[in-house]
Design a protein around this ligand. Structure first.
Ligand code: FES
Ligand code: FES
Length: 153
């Protein structure tokens, strides 16, 4: 089996596992990066969201062979000290309940506020809508995205 090189959170990883292995499995089972969660496995819930070259992707349906030279960022790589505006806003507004969906939500929020520092409520709703939270933290999440965008200005 061919060796694959992956760049994750600024570090290089080598692997010779099946190239069709979804990135989520690689992150959790092989790279010991368990902040990214398995929810549905079919790109529907958003729990597994990470960044690929800065853009949110569903890692449960992304084979590692499709990553190539792209940089992967997981929730562990958002910042090393909790200083990212999204982390600060989530902390300030005490957003998570069980926490299961939150890493994925935060990764989408981080990419969103990078590109939009003054989002409308509708834009926030559209950006975060693809994520499912079984605890119903939607209201706090929307407020936290707004706060994070303000902090990122
Ligand atoms: S686990 Fe990937 S979208 Fe649900
Ligand atoms: S906080 Fe529990 S699933 Fe969202």
């Amino acid at each position: 089996m061919a060796q694959l090189n992956l760049k994750i959170n600024g570090k290089n990883y080598k692997t010779d596992i099946d190239p069709e292995t979804p990135l989520l499995w690689y992150l959790r089972e092989h790279a010991d990066l368990v902040g990214t969660k398995y929810g549905c496995g079919i790109a529907q819930c958003g729990a597994c969201t990470v960044h690929m070259d800065g853009n949110p992707i569903r890692s449960c349906v992304m084979p590692i062979s499709a990553i190539g030279e792209a940089e992967i960022t997981t929730i562990e790589g958002l910042s090393t000290d909790g200083s990212h505006p999204v982390q600060q806003a989530w902390d300030e507004l005490d957003v998570p309940q069980c926490g299961y969906c939150q890493a994925g939500q935060m990764m989408t929020a981080a990419a969103f506020i990078r590109d939009n520092k003054a989002p409308s409520e509708e834009e926030i709703e559209d950006a975060m809508n693809p994520h499912i939270c079984r605890c119903g933290t939607y209201h706090r999440i929307r407020k936290a995205v707004k706060l994070a965008a303000d902090k990122a200005k």
